[in-house]
Design a protein around this ligand. Structure first.
Ligand SMILES: [Zn+2]
Length: 113
């Protein structure tokens, strides 16, 4: 639980699915994340930035910001992960991509080196 008047700090901005994923992760680590602008993007898409159209922000109490950023960095690093081999066509895919650029198959849950 946090103090109601504690300042909130933005630790992430991006698409809704990603922001929601990060919010859930931070919550699992005992933090108190909240989403901002989750619906504003649909009403006034030209007003959202810098995450692009539909950007959603994840905010946490200032006292949790440092830990939140560390956790998010860890998540991003894990996502960048190792290159993987497409299960659909055998193409070698850069670890930054979540789907095969050639056949569109999704990255396997467990990357196969
Ligand atoms: Zn493929």
């Amino acid at each position: 639980m946090r103090e109601a008047d504690e300042e909130l700090v933005e630790v992430y901005a991006g698409d809704f699915a990603r922001a929601e994923l990060i919010r859930g992760m931070l919550e699992n680590f005992g933090l108190s994340p909240e989403l901002r602008d989750a619906f504003l993007g649909a009403i006034a898409p030209f007003s959202v930035a810098p995450g692009g159209a539909g950007a959603v922000k994840v905010v946490v109490p200032a006292s949790e910001a440092e830990r939140a950023r560390t956790l998010i960095q860890g998540l991003e690093a894990a996502d960048a992960g190792p290159d993987w081999t497409c299960p659909g066509c055998g193409e070698r895919i850069d670890g930054r991509f979540e789907a095969c650029w050639q056949c569109g198959a999704r990255r396997p849950a467990t990357p196969n080196p």
